[in-house]
Unconditional design. Sequence first.
Length: 319
Amino acid sequence: MQGDFFLTTWFLEAMKWVYSNVNSVFLTILICTLVLKIITLFSDVKTRKSSAKMALIQPELQRLQKKYANNPQKLQQAQTKFMKESGVSMWGSCLPMLITMPLFFCFLAAFRFWGYEETIRLLVDDNPVQLLESFKFLWINNIWQPDSGIAPVVMSAEQFFQIPNLERLLFLQDNPEVWQKLVDMGIAAVSGVNEAGETIYTFLNTEASHAAYTAAVQPLLDVYAGYTNGWFIMPLLAGATNFLSSWLLQRGQTQNAQTAGANKLMMWLFPIMSVWFCISYNAAFAIYWTISSICMIITNLILNKKYPRAVAPEEAENK
């Protein structure tokens, strides 16, 4: 929980604040995703403008490549100077990735931590069966577990006690009464007192604590006996929408020999990664990623129409 912990915490607290007002996980995800896309829309438009400008200067860039074919250093200097004079940034097309990737991992962590909090709530709630019913979304029995045909509806004891740094969740730091319930159940224990005189708790990872956890979730296991948490639909939908978004983005950008191969690889690689992440983590994140990709599809359709793609010289020659 280091590095981007502050940003992840901010995302988590912002989403929980929205949730407290709309009382729906889906609406919370939808609202937060739309707000984020509006914020990043400027970078998308700027990138598309940069791509359009890049298309206009391709003939001159190719002329420089032929002129300095045997002098890479001179070529680099000439290209940099010409692009600067033309008001084109070589990093323009990379800007969305530089923004999207950190946000992707921060949101992934935020949804993961939120899911951990809700799992702990299941352990200490007076009516866990009713609480779990509120976690249902369409075909998914528990939105805080993966939409998967092999994932259980409730996290197993082995999974729960393997969660790293679980004690550092803000939810637990702000709720000593929750800690006390976990201690009384035999799932946690008091490990000491800090310099401020505050009690320090820790989770036990023993056979007894595993048995205590299983006993606590047994009523839930009985209700969903024989059920898995989903059918892999949301991860596949996330991957498909992400692929369509990437395909539309590339259709709207000028391709050259240096970038076409890398772009094609990313067009396939990132959707595959999306499916893997969405199968590995809770369905709430998969819903966010699907909505985010749908927003990008709409954005790319609009930008493709507003900024038509120019054909790079080498593409024209190959036609």
